[in-house]
Design a protein around this ligand. Structure first.
Ligand code: MG
Length: 363
């Protein structure tokens, strides 16, 4: 079996918020590069990447150009292909567009491997469990008013969610009291049993993380995420050692080497791995293994349709972030039911692009 063709296209999905029926900005889109790898045996693999923002067109070109270099290779040889593409891209890597593009190709290769071997990806990678917990993400944003965020949290509980994430570091430079009050109000409406996570998206300084983080401790956050600049490993480590609340981080790191620095510095209690920025499934599994060696749990970032397999495959998989940004790329995608996701049982990723997207690849 050889790689015969790699095709890609840009799909612009409406930036909707279906989990709690949140407000949307008319005309706003999420721009995703989707890829398909076709083999000489007739097996097709699907891959996804994004974070190109204004350079999404350049990201598509990167997928096409790297994909062309993979034609003729054995799709099982994921490390050989990754090395070939890395060499060909020269020093345009290791982060940035190169890694984002590699991720789409690597993910499609693993889909092909699963299909060729007749195994769901989760089984192929380790098969630790067949169902994983999932939390609602994207419905409780810092841009919402206090009333809006409290109402949305209530709707998530009504809809069966037992874990959900919100954000702090409110826009416009708020006071610590205002930040803490927001968590207090959300905790009041969801009750003591629901797991509540909170993302700072790198917006606090280390002193702010101490000051606000300590005041949040009575509200029992399940984790505080990206409390300060993602590569301030020592700053993160100071916060992680001082606060009782577990600190999560890792989604902003590209490739595998920065995770070594983060883990050696003891910057986080929970390792978050982003499939796209880490460089695909091959690299994701390496970071998961590193985290296991440091006795740390792993959580996912975005693309729950693929991450359900990865979190299910490993012994230290903790919970899947259910952010519904990519669900409408696929026919009948895996969806959470009352806070958990079953691993798809079809070979490979078990994902099929919608007919409209599939037609867009051409022949
Ligand atoms: Mg985050």
């Amino acid at each position: 079996m050889k790689i015969e063709r790699v095709a890609s296209q840009i799909v612009r999905l409406p930036a909707d918020e279906p989990l709690a029926d949140g407000k949307t900005v008319p005309g706003a889109t999420r721009d995703i590069v989707v890829a398909k790898i076709l083999t000489t045996d007739g097996i097709e693999g699907v891959g996804v990447t994004f974070f190109g923002a204004a350079m999404t067109g350049a990201l598509k070109v990167a997928v096409d150009e790297l994909g062309a270099l993979a034609v003729g290779s054995n799709p099982h040889h994921v490390e050989h292909i990754a090395d070939k593409l890395r060499q060909a891209a020269g020093t345009s890597g290791p982060g940035g567009l190169f890694t984002l593009a590699l991720s789409a190709i690597d993910t499609a290769l693993w889909d092909i491997r699963g299909k060729a071997l007749g195994l769901p990806l989760a089984s192929l990678l380790g098969g630790y469990r067949d169902c994983v917990p999932a939390y609602a993400s994207g419905a409780l944003m810092r841009t919402q008013s206090l009333d809006e965020v409290v109402a949305a949290a209530g709707r998530l509980v009504e809809r069966g969610w037992s874990a959900m994430k919100t954000q702090l570091a409110l826009p416009g430079g708020t006071e610590p009291e205002q930040e803490v009050d927001r968590i207090r109000r959300i905790r009041e409406v969801i009750g003591p049993q629901v797991r509540l996570m909170c993302d700072i998206n790198q917006r606090w300084t280390v002193p702010e993380a101490f000051s606000i983080g300590e005041r949040l401790e009575p509200y029992h956050l399940h984790w505080l995420e990206d409390v300060t600049t993602c590569d301030d490993y020592q700053g993160l480590a100071r916060v992680a050692s001082k606060l009782k609340t577990p600190i999560a981080g890792g989604e902003y790191l590209y490739g595998i080497a920065p995770f070594r620095q983060m883990l050696e510095a003891r910057s986080v209690d929970i390792v978050m791995i982003d499939l796209v920025r880490v460089g695909g499934i091959t690299q994701w599994m390496k970071v998961a293994g590193m985290a296991e060696a440091f006795n740390l749990p792993v959580v996912s970032h975005l693309i729950p349709e693929v991450h359900v397999h990865l979190i299910a495959a490993i012994p230290n998989g903790h919970i899947v972030e259910y952010m519904p940004w990519t669900r409408s790329l696929f026919e009948d995608p895996p969806m959470p039911q009352r806070g958990s996701m079953a691993v798809p049982s079809k070979p490979g990723l078990g994902l099929v692009f919608t007919k409209a997207i599939d037609a867009g690849f051409g022949r």
